[in-house]
Ligand binder design. Structure first.
Ligand code: KIV
Ligand code: ZN
Length: 450
């Protein structure tokens, strides 16, 4: 089965398109650091930059080309001599260099931005590829704004650049305008109408303006694209690019729908995401799929209970599979006793049921006030139960002293057995072995996950 899966080339453009996001520019040292991490992640192509754009970008591409030897190193160039020569100058030391040439093909861009005719565009694209090809075997062409280009004209341009020697045809949805069915149709049309298409790789480059970049990229793959261009954390121009981690994990988690393979070492995903965020100072959106801090966090008690019993209940991939240290149970007002007792155990405290109920009630009241109960709050709450006067957090309700119950302290620290009052948070004695207690316990059992 696995040998039947088509291999998808992962072209990472975090260092080029990604760097074009506001606040995400990187210096040479930072780019090199990220390039090494992308190498560990197993990407096939690193688009290291746009060498003509600045001296710094040129030096960064050159440095990456010199030291990162496994992946293909690509440099971007407009379809003109100066750009292509500069790109080649930066890339020439690479083990596997690729020149990536782009030229807009939509009427909107031709008329308002480039002020050229379709015929001029066609000729310029062909000449640019011929020039790039004179330096380098591996040449990629991107008709910018392809999804808003007249499809017949698009195919004419693609035919011309394949004839001129392009080895990859990248189809950019530059403004994030297309939708999955339409993009798949475009790829199918290109496969039908471009001569020699079977000898070149079709690539998808999707932007996220309508939140469909990943869906569009996957639709393109289903229609025959064999390279996807993407970025870590989905950074990129405006709303960003298709996110690498989402594409890769969609293929891993749903091989029934996406029977494709990549060379990505998925357990390096989290490290790549964190490295990028640390370098740029741009935090990952908390609910970002795969790499956001909430991606494996469960706060609702029902969810926490399920995950503790079997992670499959609410997790479709393991945190470990993408390099996240562990799934995180966030303790908040929706958390249940199961998660609370688990966290207490992790902190070294094992409570019997009655004491746990008591700690739980005080915990819920605290969570109502401070939203997220961190470990230090919980420790204080537990300690405060023992010595109310020591509380440094006035928000933690003191326990009204009553009969004391002994808590199972951590096995490795028997001397730290803690004595707790035998009354509840309202100062009322906890019922022991009564009918009422039996009923309450049954109800609490039901509430275990709530
Ligand atoms: O979005 C785009 O069109 C691009 C091209 C340069 C590939 O980034
Ligand atoms: Zn782009």
């Amino acid at each position: 089965m696995s040998s039947e899966r088509a291999r998808i080339t992962i072209f990472d453009t975090t260092l080029r398109d990604g760097e074009q996001s506001p606040g995400c520019s990187m210096n040479q040292q930072e780019k090199l650091r990220l390039a090494h991490q992308l190498d560990r992640l197993g990407v096939d192509v690193i688009e290291a930059g746009f060498p003509i754009a600045s001296e710094g970008d040129f030096e960064s591409v050159k440095a990456i080309a010199e030291v990162v030897r496994r992946p293909i190193i690509a440099g971007l160039a407009r379809a003109c001599r100066q750009d292509i020569e500069r790109a080649w100058e930066a890339l020439r030391q690479a083990e596997r260099p690729r020149i990536h040439v782009f030229l807009a093909t939509s009427d909107i861009h031709l008329q308002y931005k480039l002020r050229m005719t379709r015929e001029q565009c066609l000729a310029q694209a062909r000449e640019a590829i011929e020039l790039a090809k004179s330096f380098c075997d591996d040449v990629e062409f991107s008709p910018e704004d392809a999804t808003r280009t007249d499809p017949d004209f698009l195919c004419r341009v693609l035919n011309a650049v394949v004839e001129a020697g392009a080895t990859t045809l990248n189809i950019p949805d530059t403004v994030g305008y297309t939708v999955p069915t339409e993009f798949a149709e475009l790829i199918t049309r290109i496969r039908r109408h471009v001569h020699g298409i079977e000898n070149v790789t079709i690539s998808a480059h999707c932007h996220n303006d309508l939140g469909m970049a990943v869906a569009n990229a996957l639709a393109a793959v289903a229609a025959g694209a064999r390279q996807v261009e993407c970025t870590i954390n989905g950074i990129g121009e405006r709303a960003g690019n298709a996110s690498l981690e989402e594409i890769v994990m969609a293929m891993r988690v749903r091989p029934d729908r996406f029977p494709y393979e990549t060379g990505i070492a998925s357990e390096q995903i989290f490290a790549a995401s964190q490295t990028l965020s640390e370098i740029t100072g741009v935090p990952v959106q908390p609910n970002k799929a795969i790499t956001g801090r909430n991606a494996f966090a469960h706060e609702a008690g029902i969810h926490q209970d399920g995950v503790l019993k079997n992670p499959l209940t609410y997790e479709i991939m393991t945190p470990k599979s993408v390099g996240v240290p562990d799934s995180k149970l966030v303790l908040g007002k929706h958390s249940g006793r199961h998660a609370l007792s688990m966290r207490c155990e992790q902190l070294g405290y094992q409570f019997d049921r009655r004491v746990l109920d008591d700690v739980y009630r005080r915990f819920v009241r605290l969570a109502d006030k401070i939203k997220h109960v961190e470990d230090h709050h919980l420790l204080e709450l537990i300690r405060d139960t023992h010595k109310p006067s020591m509380s440094a957090t006035p928000l933690i309700e003191p326990i009204v002293p009553g009969h004391e119950a002994v808590v199972n302290a951590p096995a490795h620290e028997p001397e730290k057995a803690v004595a707790l009052p035998n009354s509840n948070a309202f100062g009322l004695p906890l019922p022991v072995h009564s009918e009422a207690h039996h009923e309450q316990t049954q109800q609490e059992d039901y509430l275990w996950g709530v």
